[in-house]
Every structure is written in C-alpha cells, then in structure tokens.
Design a binder for this molecule. Structure first.
Ligand code: DX5
Ligand code: ZN
Length: 214
C-alpha cells in the first residue's frame, strides 16, 4: 500500500516544512485537496499555493479537485506542478474532455467518486485513467469517520480492471487510520490518503510505515 498524506491536516502556516517532514517520514505521494466552496461547502488551496510548495519535495503531487468546473482549471494546476490530477465524476465538466486536457498537459488523470456514486460510473473511462479515487467519507472536510461500506466498490473496480487487463490504481480517501487501513488493503486499494492519521500521529514515520504495511 502506498501512502499519500493529505496536507489538509497539516499546519498551514508552514506547509513547506510539513511537506519536508512527511517526505523524510517515508510518504509515497503528497495529496493536495482543492475545494471551491461550491462543489463542497469548504474552501482550501488553489494553484498559487501548490506552485509555492512544489519545490519542497520531489514526491509526486496528487491533486484532488473538489471543484465544480475542473476542466477550466487543468492548465493552472498543471502549471503549478501537479503530477496526478483527480476530478469528480459528479462535477459539471465533460469527463472525456477533462481527461483529454489532463493528458495533453502530460499529467496523469484520475476520476473520483463520492460515497453515493456507484463504481460503474467510471467504467466507461477506465482504459484512459491512471487512477480511480473512491471516497470513503463525503468530500469537504478532514477528520471524518471511514465508511467501510465503500469497500465493495474498491473490490469491484479492482476486478473490473483485472478482467480488462488494465493497471489502474485504486486510491481511497477519508478516515484512513491504523484502525481502518486493513479493510482498505483487504478490498484491494493500492494507495491510501491519510490526513489526520498521519499529521496528528505522535510518530509520523511509524504511522506511515504502519499504513504501508497494511
Ligand atoms: C476530504 C479530503 C481528504 C481528507 C482526508 O474531502 O478529500 O483528503 O483530507 O482527511 P482524513 O484522513 O483526516 O479523513
Ligand atoms: Zn482528498
């Protein structure tokens, strides 16, 4: 299991240092949550902040767009240094066009589904995706409880990819901790996002290692 600490739970007054801290602690990717106050009822960071913190690590930037019109902002996030851009299937932009745009910028595309959205929603796009992100909380806030009932979606997606010979990564996001990561690993998740579980841990390196070994 690869671990992508979510900066949503870091100390925002020193994001650069927080990134160095998780890099040294063994993180595999850096997860950045972008919220527009419209697709979700919260506002976080945008491309300028991502660009400003990009030089602090060589780890891939996994940018999770929780915004209504992802298509319109792909260039901005690509310019800011995103390596992976995931956007919501429930957003207003055309999914095919948004994937095309991400790929045209040399960035890896991912599609995200909220808890109420069935796994089958992403099937028509699977062969064009680098990653599918299965939300295990309602998007918008860190520190919520893991929804174990999302695990069948993870398993179904893994099986569908295997059936079609595709190597799409399945990521889970929300409420992942030492207590819940086992269920995600068992279901077949390849990457887990963890905000509270990593940044609020007493020993960050130990927390990351535990999740990686799940
Ligand atoms: C929620 C975000 C998550 C969040 C996870 O909308 O997408 O990435 O930061 O935080 P925890 O791990 O605290 O649930
Ligand atoms: Zn996220």
């Amino acid at each position: 299991m690869k671990v992508a600490p979510s900066l949503l739970s870091c100390d925002f007054s020193k994001m650069g240092e927080e990134i160095i801290r998780i890099d040294k602690a063994g993180a595999d990717l850096v997860h950045l949550d972008v919220m527009d106050g419209h697709f979700v009822p919260n506002i976080t960071i945008g491309p300028c902040i991502i660009k400003a913190v990009r030089p602090y690590t060589k780890l891939p930037f996994d940018v999770h767009l929780m915004i209504s019109e992802p298509y319109d902002y792909i260039d901005a996030f690509a310019d800011a240094g995103a390596d992976i851009i995931t956007f919501h299937a429930e957003a207003d932009s055309d999914i095919d066009k948004t994937i095309d745009k991400i790929v045209s910028r040399g960035v890896k595309p991912g599609l995200v589904i909220k808890p109420g959205t069935p796994a089958g929603t992403v099937y028509p796009y699977l062969d064009r995706l680098y990653m599918v992100l299965v939300m295990t909380v309602e998007p918008g806030f860190g520190g919520q409880s893991f929804m174990e009932d999302m695990m069948p979606k993870v398993t179904a997606l893994k099986q569908e990819c295997r059936k079609r010979g595709l190597d799409v990564l399945i990521e889970v996001d929300g409420g992942i901790s030492e207590k819940t990561v086992g269920a995600a690993a068992k279901a077949g998740a390849d990457i887990c996002v963890s905000g509270t579980g990593v940044f609020k841990a007493k020993d960050t390196a130990a927390a990351i290692k535990f999740l990686q070994n799940a």
